[in-house]
Design a protein around this ligand. Sequence first.
Ligand code: DC
Length: 221
Amino acid sequence: MSHNIAIDGPAGAGKSTIAKIVAKTLSFIYVDTGAMYRAMALYMLRKKVRPNHEDEVSTACRDVDITIRHENGEQVVLLNGENVNGLIRTEEVGNMASAISVNADVRTKLVELQQALAATADVVMDGRDIGTVVLPKAQLKIYLTASTHVRALRRYQELTQRGENCEIEAIERDIAERDERDMHREISPLRQAEDAHLVDSSELTIDEVAQQIIRLYRENA
Ligand code: DC
């Protein structure tokens, strides 16, 4: 039986950075489910699908084939065969991903893919509904969070390092809006699973959080 670790939490809590370290240390595969929603969102942006039109999103979703593969430990997302890794990390795509992820057809399609991946390999999977919906039987569930301000600050540093022009206030507003939508949507909202461990990363370093999760896994598995 494969072993699975589920890490959920709001945008900017450090899920992907930490999940990668945990996966590497335990020799698990890291699966970034947000990247799948982002690839789907990129398709919808290109096709000028209106995210608030449920039927448009559902129809477009049928033409999308998302697959992932791993190259040198990195997850590569393929959108209808095209490697879109370099195109999905913008705020525009992130906001579109949040908007279309409320759609039942989008979720069904991506959840199936995620469950198939976790059934055949030991994975650390991060997202919003991993502990609650995708992998309810995961050996370890983590709900990773941090204050809105700390998350905005981290995102600001990440974007400015990449040479993007941005304002901290706008990022903080965007994060609060995204949290609101992700936590209050009808299907699979972001919430802490009852059996998930709560980890607040506001005052901790990346390494401290990763070590805490590795320790919890070793104690629980
Ligand atoms: O983690 P991220 O910022 O890459 O995710 C982008 C959006 O995708 C997020 O705002 C909500 C959606 N998402 C989701 O609904 N369920 C997941 N398991 C992962 C992401």
